[in-house]
Design a protein around this ligand. Structure first.
Ligand SMILES: C[S@@+](CC[C@H](N)C(=O)[O-])C[C@H]1O[C@@H](n2cnc3c(N)ncnc32)[C@H](O)[C@@H]1O
Length: 269
């Protein structure tokens, strides 16, 4: 058995209620749930979604204007980039680094704030499943409801506990493997993170400005965290073409800075 996105990929036949990604070009893809009575309308024609039932991933389906769409299985990145956004999200390049450095994996228990759109929440849930849990704190109920819908769509809601709570007032969980932050005042959460983390726990924080990371690192030092590292991840896309291979002219100039730190059992200074 092979598992991709928590599902058995040997099960290649598409069935009612499956999510599929219809690929037209790199920039035009459509994430749809296969419902018999639904139709996808695109500028290259429409597709009745019940025609997907019984097809295999990798196969092609034609729109009524005879345009080919390739049927792909959505990855966690596809889901996140298609989420309904109520806040800025953390982008895949930063999420990847944050999760890898944190050391979490299947079975980990992770605290996160704020939930926002649920992009990082979904990625965390994807990596800690099937036996782990993400405890995600958010102060805005409307954001929490939107994130819940996004998590349901991605099939990840069962691995997440959404909490309508200000994390600067404290963390309910103990012995967690990691604390992930993406909110305006991460330094206020550092003492709570120290209490909530297991001895081996890791702290990860994402902030768009330098002022925020300076305050957060100061708080980490005051709370006896060690191995504090700050970094920025710049990603440059490369165009590979028969006429010449070179970096794309445009790139995303700035997303944010990431801080990693490890807990110690030393007494607070
Ligand atoms: C930039 S968004 C997070 C986006 C999220 N990381 C994602 O990838 O979708 C920041 C969120 O933190 C929430 N927030 C701000 N202060 C908070 C606090 N003290 N406790 C919990 N959530 C908070 C905000 O309401 C907002 O939804």
């Amino acid at each position: 058995m092979r598992i991709l996105n928590g599902e058995n990929v040997m099960e290649t036949i598409i069935r009612e209620n499956d999510n599929v990604l219809l690929y037209l070009t790199k920039k035009r893809t459509y994430l749809v749930t296969v419902k018999p009575d639904k139709t996808l309308h695109t500028h290259r024609g429409y597709i009745k979604l019940d025609e997907l039932i019984g097809k295999k991933y990798g196969e092609t389906i034609k729109s009524h204007l005879n345009t080919d769409f390739i049927i792909l299985k959505p990855t966690i990145r596809d889901y996140i980039l298609k989420f309904t956004r109520k806040t800025q999200i953390i982008y895949p390049k930063d999420i990847a680094l944050m999760i890898f450095y944190s050391g979490i994996g299947p079975g980990s228990r992770v605290v996160e704030a704020g939930t926002g759109t649920g992009a990082l929440t979904s990625a965390l849930a994807h990596y800690i499943r099937p036996t782990g849990k993400v405890y995600s704190y958010e102060i805005r109920e409307d954001f929490l409801l939107n994130a819940k819908k996004n998590l349901e769509k991605a099939g990840l809601i069962n691995y997440v506990e959404l909490k309508l709570k200000d994390i600067t007032e404290g963390i309910d969980e103990e012995n967690v493997d990691a604390v992930f932050l993406d909110l305006a005042t991460p330094w206020l959460v550092v003492p709570h993170a120290r209490k909530a983390l297991a001895e081996w726990g890791t702290f990860v924080s994402f902030s768009p400005t330098i002022e925020q990371i300076v305050k957060t690192v100061k708080a980490l030092r005051e709370n006896d965290f060690i191995a504090i590292e700050c970094m920025e991840c710049l990603m440059r896309r490369i165009m590979v073409s028969p006429s010449g291979t070179r970096p794309e002219s445009r790139m995303i100039g700035h997303t944010g800075y990431i801080i990693f730190a490890r807990k110690t059992l030393r007494e607070k200074a």
